[in-house]
Design a protein around this ligand. Structure first.
Ligand SMILES: [Zn+2]
Length: 210
């Protein structure tokens, strides 16, 4: 049976407009509840620069009370290759985070260099041929090969309701596939989140992060 890693993009931001903060993480909490998530080890890619102290605290408490974990999604979701400044600032807010998901999948060798210097070993990258040329299988990247790069798949990069069939029909692979959920997009169909979670049940894995 295929295994999956779930990355939830844009936690801390509202569905529309994206630049607006999700106050008290009320939208995120409605997304979580609609999905019926409990203790799945999913990665919550948060945008600390748009969150207040209150929201940051809510997210940290949420992860402590579940099996979810924070993933670094840059600082304020601005465009440009993700670098040391944004990553170190985000890590200062979420010191337990060990994974990175670059906003807009904009990253390069400088991103790997910054990650290596900060002890971050896993990057959830974009689509092969569009955002990178590392292929679709997990690959070691960075000057010393210390970082694992996981590619996004086009059929696992959509609204939750559109990924249910793709998850059910996924080929049996020797490595986990990353499901890129944009929780903001799910605002059009929150009921799709529970269907996606059910399709993934028992097949969600967390990665070794050390
Ligand atoms: Zn994003």
């Amino acid at each position: 049976m295929s295994q999956f890693v779930v990355v939830v993009h844009d936690v801390g931001q509202c569905p529309e407009p994206q630049s607006e903060p999700d106050r008290a993480l009320s939208y995120f909490r409605s997304w979580w509840e609609a999905g019926g998530w409990t203790d799945e080890p999913i990665y919550l890619a948060a945008v600390p620069g748009v969150m207040g102290d209150k929201e940051r605290g809510i997210l940290i408490d949420h992860c402590r009370g579940t099996n979810a974990r924070v993933c670094l999604h840059g600082w304020d979701h601005k465009r440009g290759k993700l670098g040391h400044g944004d990553l170190s600032a985000a890590l200062a807010v979420f010191p337990d985070a060990r994974t990175v998901c670059p906003p807009y999948f904009e990253y390069d060798d400088g991103t790997y260099e910054a990650m290596a210097s900060l002890g971050l070993r896993v990057i959830f990258g974009g689509l092969n041929g569009e955002h990178h040329q590392h292929g679709t299988m997990p690959t070691r990247v960075g000057a010393d090969g210390s970082i694992m790069h996981y590619s996004a798949m086009p059929w696992l990069y959509a609204h939750s309701y559109r990924m249910v069939g793709a998850v059910r029909n996924a080929a049996d692979l020797s490595y986990p596939l990353v499901v890129n959920v944009h929780h903001r997009w799910d605002a059009v169909s929150l009921s799709g989140v529970a269907r996606l979670r059910e399709a993934l049940a028992g097949r969600i894995v967390a990665l070794e992060e050390t």
